[in-house]
Design a protein around this ligand. Sequence first.
Ligand code: EPU
Length: 427
Amino acid sequence: MDIIRVEGGYSLNGSVQVSGAKNSALKLMAATLLAPGTTVLQNVPNISDVHVMGKVLKRMGATIDVVDEHSLAIDTSQVDSWEAPYDLVAKMRASTAVMGPLLGRFGRAKIAMPGGCNLGARKIDMHILGLEALGVSFDTDHGYIYADAGEGMVGTTVTLEFASVGATENLIMAAVRAKGTTVIDNAAREPEIVDLANMLNDMGAQISGAGTPVVTIEGVEELHPVTHRVVGDRIEAGTFIVAAALMAGDEGVEITGFSTVHLGMVIKKFELMGLNIERIPGGVRVYRAQHIRPMDIQTLPFPGFPTDMQAQAMVLSALADGSSIITENIFENRFMFASELVRMGADIRIEGHHAIIHGVPGFSGAQVSSPDLRGGAALVVAGLIADGRTEVSAIHHIDRGYEHFVEKLVGLGAHVERVSVPDSLDD
Ligand code: EPU
């Protein structure tokens, strides 16, 4: 078992480049199924979730050529299976993103039911309701969902009950091959959806309105392969902003490779908390916060404050000069991180989907466990300012979404290392 060991108290200097966005790359990989031939994706993060999506595509018959660490040439011309098997869906729920593309290309899909995960139940009912409206029929048997588009999907208006990222993406990827016009009302507006629509349009799709609540898709007969660069990871950028705000040296830390427009609400809230964030070409320079003001934050779909930055924001609030409330509106179970931060000296009380946080003067290094991807990264960041040594376990969660996290922090001057430890002291 690997852990991340952090010696707190070392200042950060220099610059860091964020990788391509996990939540974009995974869907773009799935979308290559729609365009038989070889699509080249650039700026793909080298993270374990991308490896899982690669396996999903390979099981279906795709071949993937790793051109360089961040470029994949995905050939989907020989794909002859439309199944996402349980062993891979259980590893990564985002495997369900192949449902829309498989329906678009083959008119059918067999997807293992995802079940719960450590963010809660995370249903896919909205994906299914939307696809049913396009004429897809669903059956479930032995833990699998069977989707069948029969004579083909027909465009219609789908109103989503909630602006779900995954449902919007699956619907777009199916509707590009439906007959006629599909309108997705109350669509999610995340930048990763715009990235997906941009690539699909380059492939020959006709999608308008991506990034707004109403997305219109005119079905087309075929899509062709392209070369596409994955958008920069706004959440990785936000994570480094928090690290820099806590520990930057006099010169500040430069964070590049992303668009500040994609992090608008986060930067606004952080500035209100007293962070000093300077916009520079391709990113930001962040100086150490002399004084962190308390702030109430609620997570909301884009352009609101992202749930994927909730844990990192809690690290800042936990050191603020006063009390803050963080309200989690997207996932039912995303406060597991708080009890780990309490082990480091934070004062946090959870009531339903609210966290009440009373600022403390500092953290003390401790052994903690990553509850999930973002929570794990936030614990490492908390360790940077903690007194003494912090050891973060269950770091496979961090590996899912942060490329070379330890190396990037070390590059900034942090004293962080990945260490192998025996699985259990009883062994
Ligand atoms: N939901 C339903 N039914 C559905 C779909 C969603 O009830 O059919 C609920 C979910 O259970 C959840 C909420 O709606 O409570 C939001 O879900 P959404 O579909 O918007 O999220 P997602 O597509 O499952 C993506 C990201 C998450 C990110 C959320 C919100 C990927 C692979 N995952 O998940 O990323 O938090 O959007 O922005 O794109 C992460 O990167 O750490 C991560 C969890």
